[in-house]
Write a protein that binds this ligand. Structure first.
Ligand SMILES: [Zn+2]
Length: 115
């Protein structure tokens, strides 16, 4: 057991946003056990992630039964299921404009105009 400078890769994996409740069929083993995950691989030194290998995380269908990964781009049926999870309203908080429901007060009387 030697733990010197251990270089390697570490892959972060989390459920892809919008697909948290989506379970799809694994095209490898046929089970409905596929989850849509986001994977992101990093180069690690002593188990510390240093450099991301991939600029963009992969979006994959991951089957925990057979450990099968499949790119979501090959699964248009999976991508369609994301439409149901995109009901997050845009957070449009433009309330910081001084608008309090009343018209702006008239400008104060002007200062005397010297001629
Ligand atoms: Zn599988």
């Amino acid at each position: 057991m030697a733990f010197f400078l251990t270089c390697g890769t570490h892959t972060f994996q989390s459920l892809l946003q919008g697909y948290e409740n989506v379970t799809v069929q694994c095209q490898n083993c046929g089970n409905f056990s596929g989850r849509v995950v986001k994977r992101w691989e990093w180069f690690t030194l002593c188990f510390v992630p240093l450099i991301p290998f991939s600029l963009k995380p992969w979006h994959e269908v991951f089957c925990h039964i057979c450990n099968f990964h499949q790119d979501v781009k090959y699964r248009p049926d999976v991508q369609q299921q994301n439409n149901g999870g995109q009901n997050i309203p845009m957070q449009n908080q433009g309330g910081n404009q001084g608008w309090n429901g009343r018209p702006a007060p008239p400008p104060p009387p002007g200062q005397p105009v010297y001629k």
